[in-house]
Design a protein around this ligand. Structure first.
Ligand code: UGA
Length: 410
């Protein structure tokens, strides 16, 4: 927002985070974000504070960007957003606009308005569609900007904030805007479960999923995007948002069986990867040594939340395997990272594969393509490579004396 020319103050209750940002230290790995933050700070258009009450008094727009984690019953937990609205409500300027960026269930614009207790402040829903790892590029080149509000003037004013971007701006009602967010994530997760299921069929019938995706993708109604098979989808969004949408539908009287199936296929995918590793270990995981390359939920992020790699590692441990892992964003012994107890984290991929019966590639970090496979083969006690991301070249893996099993590759 500062890059677009707006005057921005970022508020957080976490003093460490704010102090770090004031020093130019980002709490997350996000390509290009440090430059953008530095640019905003240097230009005097961006600052950070923990004093939300003082910061909001002169603001025209207040973006709520707090987490909405999955509650115990699958529904989104709105307590953070409610708390923020309750705290800031009395201090907002007259005619200011509160913009909901957080992913919130249908009807939440009204929940926020109720917490604000302000007739002179409008609430707008403005869901975000950024991907971790390419969030800066996604923000600057969005496919669309969606704005939902019952207050046309507030919606138009919010739209104006994005007017320098080359993107369609859609204005709708709050319920539709909130549904667009969930439906988009649910649809993308559906594509992924679909292609992972097709990959299973490919393995059974001797087809190659890469060619299948290419052939399907030529059909412009399908397109080639977001159809890379993998070890299952994860991250801080799809798992919670698919569950939340199932719940939103159920609360509204619709049984979203299709989406439940999508979630179930994903859970089966973790098991399918575990089964491949079991086969690679000779039929049992009890006492098997497994090396895992990659722990984050995808490459180009340091985020381990709901990572398929972590899920698979946990299932391996539960089945009696010993697991050694390497990830470029996880330092050995870093307690702040949510690596399951029992997973030994080491400092390089070759070290991880040492004495392993099976090597499993779980995150598509580019550097894994360049590891010397002959050295890997020498270091391992077994010869099985399970490529959960179809990252490696099967011919090269086999040339190194290893066996290869990917996802949906004949
Ligand atoms: C996702 C959406 O893509 C964003 O549009 C949305 O804004 C965001 O959630 C959110 O709701 O905040 P993100 O969680 O960063 O973004 O991750 P994705 O790039 O969508 O990947 C999700 C999972 O699907 C990862 O585990 C990834 O490895 C997997 N994936 C993705 C595949 O297995 N194959 C693919 O072709 C694409």
């Amino acid at each position: 927002m500062a890059h677009l020319g707006h005057d921005v103050v970022g508020i957080d209750i976490d003093a460490n985070k704010v102090e770090g940002l004031q020093r130019g230290e980002l709490p997350i790995l996000e390509h290009g974000l440090d430059e953008l933050v530095a640019e905003g700070v240097d230009a005097g258009r961006l600052r950070f504070t923990t004093d939300g009450v003082a910061a909001v008094v002169d603001r025209q727009f207040i973006f709520l960007c707090v987490p909405t984690p999955q509650g115990a019953d699958g529904a989104a937990d709105l307590s953070y957003i409610q708390e923020a609205a309750r705290t800031l409500g009395p201090h907002l300027a007259s005619d200011s606009v509160v913009v909901n960026k957080s992913t919130v269930p249908v009807g939440s614009a009204r929940v926020v308005a109720a917490e604000l207790r302000r007739d002179d402040v409008s609430v707008v829903s403005n869901p975000e569609f950024l991907r971790e790892g390419s969030a800066v590029a996604d923000f600057l080149n969005p496919d669309r900007v969606v704005i939902g509000s019952d207050d046309r003037a507030a919606a138009m004013a919010t739209a104006e904030l994005y007017s320098s971007l080359n993107a369609p701006i859609m204005i709708t009602d709050p319920a539709s805007a909130e549904t667009i967010k969930y439906a988009s994530n649910a649809f993308l997760a559906t594509k992924l479960s679909f292609i992972n299921a097709v990959a299973a069929v490919c393995e059974a019938v001797g087809a190659d999923v890469a060619d299948v995706v290419t052939g399907m993708g030529y059909d412009t109604r399908i397109g080639p995007e977001f159809l890379r098979p993998g070890p299952g989808w994860g991250g801080s969004c799809f798992p919670k948002d698919t569950q939340a949408m199932v719940r939103i539908a159920a609360d509204a009287g619709y049984d979203f069986g299709l989406l439940k199936g999508v979630v179930e296929v994903n859970d089966q995918q973790f098991d399918r990867v575990v089964d491949k590793i079991r086969r690679g270990a000779g039929g049992t995981l009890e006492g098997a040594t497994v090396a895992i390359w990659g722990l984050t939920f995808k490459a180009r992020t340091d985020d381990l939340r709901d990572s398929p790699a972590i899920e698979v590692a946990s299932r391996l441990l539960a089945a009696g395997a010993s697991v050694t892992a390497y990830d470029p964003t996880v330092e050995p012994g870093d307690e702040s990272k949510a690596v399951p107890d029992g997973v030994r984290v080491v400092g390089d991929p070759l070290q991880a594969s040492t004495d392993a019966a099976v090597l499993a590639v779980m995150t598509e970090w580019d550097q894994f393509r360049w590891v010397d496979l002959h050295r890997v083969a020498k270091a391992m006690t077994g010869d099985a490579v399970i490529d959960g991301r179809n990252l490696l070249n099967p011919t090269e893996v086999r040339a190194a004396g290893l066996s290869y099993d990917g996802i949906g590759r004949s």
